[in-house]
Every structure is written in C-alpha cells, then in structure tokens.
Design a protein around this ligand. Structure first.
Ligand code: COA
Ligand code: NAP
Length: 269
C-alpha cells in the first residue's frame, strides 16, 4: 500500500465532519498532518475532532457554515493561529436532494447553489489569505453532476459545473502566486450522506454492478487522491478535474434509481 508523509503539514477541511470529507481528514491525519475541520453542527464537529485525535496529531474542530463568509474567515483565522499556514485546503461542503425542476422552489435551487458554489468561493477566497505560498494545494470536491446532466439534479448539476469553473479560473490566477487548485470528482462512495440521498438502499447493489470497477468506492479511495494531489508527486498538476469513481463518469448521466416521477406537469400559459 503506498503511503504519504504529511508530518508538520496543516490541512483545513471545510465540511470535514462526515462522509468523504471526514475520510479525507482521516487520510491526512493518519499521514501525520495537523488537521482542522469545520461544519455547522457542533455535535458532529465534536465527534469528528475526537475521532481524528486518535491519529496523534493536533486537531481543531470548528463550527461554521460555508454560506457565510464571516464564519469561514473566523474559523480559518482560528485554525491558522493554532496550526499555522495551510498547506492543504479542501472545500467539500455540499447539500443535495432529489427533486424534479418543476417541483423545485427558487429557494430550493438557491440553497444548493449557496452551499456548493458560493460556499466553495468563500472557502477558496478566504483560504488564500491563510495559504502557505508558494506550495499550497487547494482541492475542491466536485461530483459527476458537474459534467453529466441528471434528472432531479438541476440544482446540483448547475452548482458543481460552476464550481469546476471556479477551480479552473483560480488555478490560472493563483498558479503564479504559488497555489495549485484542483478538483476531485468522486463516484458513489459507501457510507456517505450523498449516496444515501441519491440511491435508495435497496438499489445500491444494482448500482454497484454497473460501475466499471464493479464496486462502490470507499472514502479512502478519495482520500488517497487528495493526498496525491497535495503531495510533491503532483507539483505540476493544477486546474485539473480528476475522477475517483471506478469509471462511473464514463457512463454519462443517469436517472437516479428509486426517484419519483414529477408530481407537477407545470402551469400552462
Ligand atoms: N425537495 C424539494 N425541496 C427541498 C427539499 C426536497 N427534498 N429539501 C429542501 N428543499 C427546499 C426547501 O423546501 C426550501 O425551499 P422553500 O423555502 O421554498 O420551502 C429550501 O430547499 C431550503 O430548505 P431548508 O431545509 O431551509 O435548507 P437548510 O439550509 O436547512 O438545508 C439542505 C439545506 C436542504 C441542502 C439540507 O439537505 C442539508 O443541509 N444538506 C447537507 C447534507 C447533504 O445534503 N449531503 C449530501 C452531499 S452530496
Ligand atoms: P455528507 O456525508 O452528507 O457530509 C457533508 C458534510 O458537509 C458534513 O460534514 C456536513 O456537516 C457538512 N456541511 C453541509 N453543509 C454545510 C455548510 N453549509 N457549511 C459547512 N459544512 C457543511 O457528504 P458526502 O456524501 O460525503 O459528500 C461530500 C462531498 O462529496 C460533497 O461535496 C459531495 O457533493 C461530493 N460527492 C459525494 C458523493 C457520494 O457518493 N457521497 C459522490 C460524488 C460527489 P454539518 O451538517 O455539520 O454542516
């Protein structure tokens, strides 16, 4: 098994208290990094902090909502003071639910844009002020919806496509300033909130059977890519959207299993 060494490095993971993002935090903490995680729910923050501390490094759990720039800035200032400049910044907070466009309110569309897209801008922009320069690696967590349209996912498809373009523009602007910016596109990952929301439990085996590598992924699969992107092995990689998805992105968009038919046919005008 390949291993990475991040002793002495500081890693900040926005949305890092559950699922894939917590898995990334565990990967870096196990490789020796000092890690800060931030999310909204104080109980989840406390639990993640306790779990991550088992690796032996410094761990800081912070409460904050990526939708609010002032909260992101406050959490990052605290993390910088406690752990030093950020070598790695991960923006992974997201919100999602299945909903046909005809049933989606303006606020329902907006809430996903606010978390995934505007939240990512907040994390990237605020994180720049705390980044080790030159040398920092910024990583956004995208999704297959960014390139493959999927019914019931108009909000997430728009948000994740926008997030990828944010990543590319920042890679161009910040490359000369010593910061690399990339995105990971995870496939279906076991034990996460996203998989539970998008694929009904009794559909998950059938879904796994359609994945080219014939399994759903583990959080560790995504953490390994994040550590590669943060390592010197990736020092010439920026502006890239890289899947860790068992080949799912090769299949194109999908109609998520177990999703309801639209309950509305729209108003006639
Ligand atoms: N179907 C249709 N609309 C929905 C919905 C659903 N399942 N869930 C929420 N909405 C709508 C609400 O009705 C509301 O719109 P309205 O004001 O017009 O009624 C809007 O979305 C905001 O909902 P609210 O519950 O106030 O938002 P929130 O900020 O408390 O929560 C969510 C945000 C909805 C994205 C919530 O699911 C969340 O916090 N998710 C984080 C975890 C997650 O989704 N993980 C998966 C990552 S891929
Ligand atoms: P998850 O288990 O639902 O965890 C989401 C995390 O984000 C939680 O720690 C949550 O904590 C935090 N969060 C949510 N809203 C937030 C906000 N407004 N501000 C700060 N933190 C917030 O998520 P997941 O399924 O692992 O997904 C993680 C990332 O991978 C997302 O970007 C998702 O789009 C992407 N992805 C997931 C899959 C999958 O199979 N799961 C596939 C492709 C892409 P709080 O509730 O405490 O805020």
């Amino acid at each position: 098994m390949p291993s990475f060494d991040f002793h002495g490095a500081t890693v900040f993971v926005a949305g890092g208290t559950s699922g894939i993002n917590l898995g990334i935090a565990h990967g870096f903490a196990a490789a020796g990094a000092n890690v800060a995680v931030m999310s909204r729910n104080p109980d989840r923050v406390a639990q993640a902090q306790a779990d991550l501390a088992r690796h032996g490094g410094k761990v800081l759990g912070l409460t904050g909502d990526v939708r609010h720039m002032d909260q992101v800035q406050a959490a990052m200032t605290q993390a910088h003071q406690a752990l030093g400049a950020f070598d790695v910044l991960v923006s992974g907070a997201a919100g999602n639910f299945l909903c046909p466009a005809l049933d989606l309110s303006s606020n329902g569309f907006k809430v996903v844009i606010d978390i995934d897209l505007i939240g990512t801008f907040h994390v990237m922009r605020a994180g720049f002020d705390h980044a080790r320069r030159p040398g920092a690696s910024f990583i956004n967590i995208s999704a297959p919806q960014s390139t493959s349209p999927a019914p019931m996912q108009v909000h997430a498809c728009a948000a994740k496509a926008g997030l990828d373009q944010v990543m590319r523009v920042l890679a161009m602007e910040w490359g000369p300033l010593g910061v690399r910016v990339n995105s990971i596109m995870p496939g279906p990952i076991a034990g996460t909130g996203g998989l539970a929301k998008l694929v009904a439990a009794d559909e998950q085996d059938a879904f796994a059977a359609r994945v080219p590598l014939r399994r759903v992924g583990e959080c560790e699969d995504v953490a390994n890519l994040a550590m590669f992107l943060a390592s010197p092995l990736a020092s010439y990689i920026t502006g890239a959207l890289i899947p860790a998805d068992g080949g799912v992105s090769l299949l194109g968009g999908r109609n998520y299993a177990g999703t309801p038919e639209p309950t509305s046919t729209g108003a006639q005008t």
